[in-house]
Design a protein around this ligand. Structure first.
Ligand code: ZN
Length: 204
């Protein structure tokens, strides 16, 4: 399986990092080795002094497909969960300034938190109005709603599938809203879809 991540998909987050609003989806990959096993602490890696949390809705692909049209894209995902796209922001800034790929900043071990539980699509009354949030200790630091995505999931699936075949079990991280920030030792991060706690991660 592969993990596809969309960058700069919420206007408020794109602005907080002083990035331009994209005219088509920006995507990058995380390898399966980046998945943080559930109930495992996240250890801040030695190569970064500025690891940021980015809470994101995660969509699970249920069907093999390529060159998928926007109109048919909904058939290709069946479940929605929540994750964190941990990002070594200092490393990423350096890579960006050199025009280099982002993998060292985005694809390292433990950088993909994925909820154990995924909701079936039928759980949601409106697939384009899903609220999610992240708590850092006792403070809510990120609040998102997928209605604010620049590119919705159908557009993302269609776009990505023009370049790479989507396979059953692939995951798509759909970008983060504003409020990203640095993690510190002993932090506890909790992610929610609506009121439902989806994951809890201890930072070491
Ligand atoms: Zn992200």
């Amino acid at each position: 399986m592969k993990i596809i991540c969309i960058g700069r998909n919420y206007v408020d987050h794109t602005k907080e990092l002083n990035n331009p609003i994209p005219s088509e989806p920006i995507f990058f990959l995380k390898p399966d080795s980046s998945i943080l096993p559930s109930r495992t602490a996240f250890y801040i890696p030695d190569f970064s002094d500025e690891v940021h949390f980015e809470v994101e809705l995660v969509y699970k692909i249920c069907k093999l497909g390529k060159h998928i049209s926007v109109k048919h894209a909904e058939r290709y995902y069946d479940e929605i969960g929540l994750g964190i796209d941990f990002t070594a922001r200092d490393v990423q800034s350096e890579l960006k300034s050199k025009g280099h790929p982002w993998e060292k900043a985005k694809a390292f071990d433990g950088s993909a938190v994925i909820s154990r539980h995924f909701f079936p699509k039928s759980h949601f009354t409106d697939l384009n109005n899903i609220k999610f949030s992240l708590n850092q200790n006792i403070e809510t630091v990120q609040n998102g709603n997928n209605s604010d995505m620049i590119f919705d999931i159908d557009t993302i699936i269609s776009h990505v599938s023009q370049y790479m075949t989507l396979k059953m079990g692939d995951l798509i991280f759909t970008g983060t809203p504003a409020g990203v920030g640095k993690v510190y030792e002993d932090d506890v991060l909790k992610g929610f879809i609506g009121d439902k706690e989806m994951f809890k991660v201890n930072i070491k």
